[in-house]
Design a protein around this ligand. Structure first.
Ligand SMILES: Cc1cc2nc3c(=O)[nH]c(=O)nc-3n(C[C@H](O)[C@H](O)[C@H](O)COP(=O)(O)OP(=O)(O)OC[C@H]3O[C@@H](n4cnc5c(N)ncnc54)[C@H](O)[C@@H]3O)c2cc1C
Length: 462
């Protein structure tokens, strides 16, 4: 048993999962969270706000024996359902048969993790406690009780900053230790809208899909909830012709939805209230370096790398941080001075890569999913993957594998070059499925060399 303890600030999904992992290693864990205990409050203030949980998050949950409990309340989404301006739909599968991502209630997931953690020996939760500063020399963190304003000093030997995108721990490190932090805000923001269930909790859109209404500079998406409703998110520029600023009254709102999202408009109840009662939220990417201070403080999850949500990877990446940290603790036998630099080395490159991939996916989602060439590319890539299993489309590398994000990004760029050449073949649109068309594709695969090993190996197996 270790004599060491760990102080965790922030009981979001990443901080709570970290607490569970650390307690399983025999640490005494204190978790300080600024909000109220979510077990005492209604889930998401009575409304479901959801997110997509995929392989990396599930893998991290699995290592803590939690995946079954969490996935019990998830809805599989097998692909994108793309809605055009006439309300016509087109389904694009995410991966192979049987591969899917999971729509899950954000509040429900967090609450389940906290419930599980609080049953585990060695974890103490302190809610309504906001971290307002740290003394990095004396290793004391200061918390303020939200209810009575009382301040408490808590000493630590190891401090994890898992306090989200606006991290106080990160801010202190920036101010006192000159950490390099960049925060890039997108010109687009978002609002969440509720699409209610039909009679008998029936889903009014296809249940097992992530719905997208891509409209170039903006888009609407919808993820299913278990109660038959959907949570829609409208991503829109703050300023400009079609923007939050240009939709100021009910008439403008209706005209905008009628024009661009007519099928969604007919289903979203109380759209005026939904839209005008909430402020649009910002989206930003946070880059931080270093991720650690001495052998006593580290940043993890959104505190270390908040990203835009377009790959559905923010939480998945944060949970992966926890799994990788745990593997390093195994490898270095809990020798933190050795582990922390290794953690930084293992994560920095990869969290930067998922930040870049997430921005790329924004463009893919809002512009490309409705583009003919993009759809053709997806079909050809799926066919290549079917024959040559080692050729994993980028989306699959990111979403359905543990391949480091940086490697997925590099391979994705190779794929872009390869597919550019394939899509430039004359008549590819019409003859790619024919024997002749396929021969031309394979010629390029072989010529590129990158795929030679794969192609030859797979041919031999056939
Ligand atoms: C619109 C949107 C959609 C998203 N969709 C997805 C998706 O589909 N898939 C996915 O994987 N990710 C998604 N994400 C990202 C995901 O929500 C985050 O990556 C994830 O919540 C990060 O978890 P975390 O525990 O690091 O931080 P958080 O969830 O932000 O938790 C931080 C915790 O710290 C607490 N805290 C903050 N400051 C203090 C303080 N000073 N003292 C004490 N406690 C403090 C907070 O109250 C909070 O409980 C989405 C994000 C957005 C905005």
């Amino acid at each position: 048993m270790h004599s060491k303890s760990i102080l965790i600030t922030g009981a979001g999904p990443v901080g709570t999962l970290l607490a569970i992992y650390m307690a399983r290693r025999g640490y005494t864990v204190s978790v300080y969270e600024k909000r109220e205990d979510p077990r005492k409050t209604l889930l998401d203030d009575g409304r479901s706000i959801n997110l997509a949980l995929s392989h990396r998050g599930i893998h991290a949950l699995e290592k803590a024996g939690l995946e079954k409990i969490i996935l019990e309340h998830a809805i599989p989404m097998k692909g994108r359902m793309v809605h055009d301006t006439k309300g016509q739909t087109n389904f694009q599968p995410y991966g192979d048969e049987g591969q899917y991502i999971n729509s899950i209630s954000r509040g429900g997931l967090n609450r389940s993790l906290i419930e599980h953690a609080s049953k585990q020996k060695g974890i103490d939760f302190h809610f309504n406690q906001k971290c307002i500063g740290i003394n990095l020399e004396t290793k004391i963190a200061v918390f303020e009780n939200h209810e009575n304003g009382e301040e408490t000093n808590v000493s630590y030997s190891i401090l994890a900053g898992s306090d989200g995108a606006f991290s106080q721990i990160r801010k202190t490190l920036q101010e006192e230790k000159a950490f390099r932090i960049s925060i890039e805000k997108l010109p687009q923001g978002y609002k969440e809208l509720h699409l209610p269930a039909g009679q008998g909790n029936r889903h009014l859109l296809e249940k097992n899909a992530l719905h997208i209404w891509p409209r170039a500079q903006f888009m609407l998406i919808a993820l299913p909830n278990t109660d038959g409703s959907f949570t829609c998110t409208l991503f829109l520029p703050f300023e400009g012709e079609h923007s939050f600023a240009s939709i100021q009254n009910k008439k403008q709102l209706h005209a905008f939805f009628e024009n661009f999202f007519p099928d969604a408009l007919s289903l979203i109840e109380n759209i005026e209230e939904e839209y005008f009662d909430t402020e649009a939220s910002f989206l930003s990417t946070v880059h931080t370096f270093p991720l650690i201070f001495d052998d006593s403080v580290f940043l993890i999850g959104d505190a270390a790398h908040a990203i835009v949500p377009f790959y559905g990877q923010g939480m998945n990446a944060g949970m992966e941080d926890v799994r990788i940290l745990n593997e390093l603790l195994d490898q270095w036998k809990d020798n933190w001075p050795k582990v922390l630099p290794e953690y930084q080395k293992a994560r920095k490159l990869n969290v930067d890569a998922i930040a870049e991939l997430s921005m790329r996916n924004f463009i893919e989602m809002r512009d490309l999913v409705a583009d003919e060439n993009f759809v053709l590319r997806k079909k050809i890539e799926a066919a290549i993957h079917k024959k040559y299993k080692d050729y994993l489309p980028l989306y699959s590398m990111v979403t359905f594998s543990d391949l480091p994000y940086s490697e997925a990004l590099a391979k994705g760029k190779e794929h872009d070059r390869l597919m550019e050449e394939i899509l430039a073949l004359p008549d590819i649109k019409t003859d790619w499925e024919s024997e002749k068309g396929w021969e031309k594709i394979e010629k390029i695969l072989l010529k590129k060399g990158v795929w030679e090993g794969t192609v030859n190996r797979n041919n031999k197996q056939e």
